[in-house]
Write a new protein. Structure first.
Length: 322
């Protein structure tokens, strides 16, 4: 696995990192489905062990994934033999709140940080993210949330501060004041505001690390669906309209076939194309791939090279139907 420097953290991480959103299983929050169905604890733990074996040593999780369950599986992997010191662990907080309160309430932030440390069976979280950039209707909760996060770092509970959101413009709104070491934006070859939001330029100017999440658009870009999909309650994908759009699924199958032809020399041509296009021109960036079983780990370990500019542009054009 190709390693890279995660910006000013100066930590070496793999170009493809392990995301554990799916390890939390199906879940709901405030009446919305926020998890993934089809989860198996045994396979997820086997994936963690295999990821370590194959050099995928940056693991990303959150307290919201299964209400801490994904963190617990990582903690169990450490307890059962994966060396903690060889894994760079990132977690997040913000999508859980005390009943009747709001996101980023300081005392609850502290409770959640302590819970994450227990779940992970560790004394320190390497990278701790604000999971989103919603700090109240008038950003009134921002200052206290940032102060609390910095206290965590001063107390040695975390090493580095991260800032995440689905919208790059929201990250940009707070990035100067947060001064994060790493940002985690939503990005794939179809949904991509990384440059237009100004985030790419800021990252380069300030030598930040980057972790792109949902690079496969929740699996849609793999072109593996022959017909519209329906998911049970608790599965986030049930709220994604493209899963029920026959025309979109046809486009994705066409794009899959084009990637397979162009990158026929690669063991995983489609994932190679989709991740390589995101890594192109981004030397401090890693891509988070969900890996829920050893087979998915094996596929992830086969990719991680950045595409050249021409190939990256071609991949985006094909997927966007230009």
């Amino acid at each position: 696995m190709r390693m890279l420097r995660l910006g000013r953290t100066n930590v070496q991480v793999p170009a493809i990192s392990l995301g554990t959103w799916g390890h939390g299983g199906p879940n709901t929050a405030d009446g919305a489905s926020v998890g993934w169905s089809g989860h198996d604890d045994r396979l997820a733990k086997a994936a963690l062990v295999e990821a370590h074996r194959q050099g995928i040593t940056h693991w990303d999780t959150a307290d919201a994934y299964g209400r801490g369950h994904a963190e617990e599986l990582i903690g169990e992997a450490f307890a059962e033999g994966v060396p903690r010191k060889e894994i760079f662990v990132a977690s997040k907080f913000g999508y859980r709140k005390r009943d009747g309160s709001h996101w980023y309430e300081p005392s609850y932030m502290r409770e959640q940080c302590e819970a994450s440390l227990r779940n992970l069976q560790t004394d320190v979280i390497d990278l701790y993210y604000f999971h989103h950039c919603d700090f109240g209707p008038n950003d009134e909760y921002f200052d206290d949330a940032l102060l609390t996060m910095r206290q965590f770092r001063n107390e040695g509970k975390i090493r580095f501060i991260g800032l995440s959101d689905w919208d790059g413009r929201k990250i940009m709104k707070f990035i100067d004041r947060v001064d994060p070491d790493v940002v985690q934006p939503y990005r794939n070859v179809i949904d991509d505001d990384y440059e237009s939001s100004g985030l790419k330029a800021f990252v380069e100017a300030h030598d930040l690390g980057v972790a792109f999440f949902s690079p496969l658009k929740h699996g849609l870009l793999l072109g593996k669906y022959d017909e519209p999909q329906h998911f049970p309650e608790g599965d986030f994908r049930g709220g994604i309209p493209e899963f029920r759009d026959p025309e979109f699924l046809v486009r994705m199958r066409y794009a899959r076939d084009e990637m397979t032809r162009r990158f026929a020399d690669q063991r995983e041509p489609v994932i190679h194309a989709l991740t390589g296009a995101l890594l192109a021109g981004n030397p401090t960036a890693t891509v988070l791939l969900g890996q829920r079983n050893p087979k998915q780990v094996d596929a992830a370990a086969a990719v991680g090279s950045a595409l050249g500019d021409a190939d990256a542009a071609w991949v985006k054009q094909v997927y966007r139907g230009i």
